[in-house]
Design a binder for this molecule. Structure first.
Ligand code: F6R
Length: 244
């Protein structure tokens, strides 16, 4: 595990984007696992900036997103499909056919999840997986559970996640109660895992996930045993751990 401490959110975003840039330079046809949420917005913004300057080319890149709300059409302003297009895909030269996000509007959970696992397999697995972390330790929408979920699955969102995500909706009632998420297995099989975290509100969970016991009750704790895991976080998110 490598921890990169940054001064603030912009610095975190830039350093995380640099790691993604290096990955794409080293392997132009890399498979990037991508995340949504508030934390990686700055990382995408930085990548778009570098793309506009001609410093990075996404023409051969393939992406697989971590998750999608179940029941939201793509066009819904809070769907992860919409988020990814507004924040990233619409601004770079990625091929539409190389973009993969679970189809949240298809209510056939078994079909959606099986198809998504087939996609992850058919693209050859993930070279670099970008992650945020939920206040309850979730990665993707792998919520605290009694067993580590392995494959893509449909999950009930916890109250803590609904509470955290309601800031993006008109009110709490509108937050979907379920989501499709990539499983822990595909995340752990990614060659490199890059987590971004910022702000004091993430300090407790970062400490618990990375220095507490490895347990399904804290899904992100499994990353302690990933062979190439990098956390890029600002000082506030690292304030509860002894960085030494
Ligand atoms: C989003 C995702 C989630 C978020 C997590 C943190 O695709 O998989 O695990 O990374 O909920 O969200 P923010 O960044 O909004 O704190």
């Amino acid at each position: 595990m490598k921890i990169i401490s940054t001064d603030n959110y912009d610095d975190m975003s830039k350093k995380a984007a640099n790691i993604i840039l290096s990955q794409v330079i080293m392997k132009p046809n890399a498979v990037l696992g991508l995340a949504t949420g508030g934390t990686p917005v700055g990382t995408y913004k930085q990548l778009v900036e570098w793309y506009k300057k001609g410093d990075i080319d996404f023409s051969e890149v393939t992406t697989v997103n971590l998750d999608e709300y179940r029941g939201l059409p793509r066009e819904h302003k809070q769907s992860y499909w919409y988020f990814m297009h507004i924040n990233f895909f619409n601004h770079v030269n990625i091929k539409k056919s190389n973009i993969h996000i679970p189809d949240g509007f298809d209510m056939d959970a078994q079909k959606v999840c099986k198809e998504y696992d087939n996609i992850i397999q058919s693209v050859g697995g993930i070279d670099l997986q970008l992650l945020g972390i939920g206040n309850d330790g979730h990665i993707g929408f792998n919520e605290p559970a009694t067993v580590f979920e392995t494959n893509t699955h449909c999950t009930d969102l916890t109250n803590s996640t609904i509470e955290a995500n309601k800031r993006f909706f008109e009110n709490g009632e509108e937050v979907p109660r379920q989501a499709y998420t990539m499983g822990i297995k595909a995340i752990m099989q990614a060659k490199k895992v890059l987590m971004v975290a910022n702000g004091e509100s993430k300090a407790d969970i970062i400490n618990k996930a990375l220095f507490g016991p490895v347990t399904p009750e804290v899904p992100a704790s499994i990353l302690q045993i990933h062979p190439d895991f990098i956390l890029v976080a600002d000082k506030a998110a690292l304030s509860k751990i002894n960085v030494n």
